[in-house]
Design a protein around this ligand. Sequence first.
Ligand code: 0O2
Length: 204
Amino acid sequence: MEENTQDFYEDSRYVLEAVEKELLLRVELMRRYFVLKGDRDPVEHCKSRIKSSQSMVNKLKTKGLPVNIESALTQVYDAVGIRIVCLFIDDVYQMVDMIKRQEDIQIVREKDYIAQPKQNGYRSYHIIISIPIHMPDCTKSMFAEIQLRTIAMDSWAALEHELKYKHTIQNMDMLVSELKRCSDEMASTDLTMQTIRQIINNSK
Ligand code: 0O2
């Protein structure tokens, strides 16, 4: 049964919104920086979300953590998440580098599921960061998750996410293995496109 979790973040929501805005602004500035330098914008699009109250409560329970705002903000790192979607694999790593160069951002954890995809075929680059947020009365260090991936990885993850929540579907095993095959093919296509792009760039 769904609980009434409507006001779970309470007054902290405005800090979470500040984190979300700050991250989106920084990505926007990085994109403009590339263009100003005469390079191509490495980002195709960028999305953000604050984890819904219900998902946060579920996650806290699954992890056996106290169901309160304190643990939601300090022990779960993805109350705020942004997803950066790029055209090519090189662009993903270029953006990862850019994020790591931000002096006031601390990298708490990173997972390169592009170099080492998950068993189901999931590919993406995940970074958990800690970022200072200047509020009117104090500066808070806040966690956030940044996911970076190519368009191919993004569409695969969206499809796999849909499948995960379809409990009534028939032929699940076959679909799971077909998805894995798609992931392998997409990984290979991502690499081939990357190589073609390098050849084109080198011939300029
Ligand atoms: P949602 O929908 O983003 O709220 P964590 O539990 O986050 O502390 P975990 O699971 O080891 O630790 O982190 P990981 O592997 O970095 O995954 C974090 C997020 O990546 C997930 O968040 C998903 O958004 C996404 N993700 C990871 N694995 C998969 C996958 O196999 N398929 C798809 N479609 N997405 C994946 P949440 O909280 O699970 O969900």
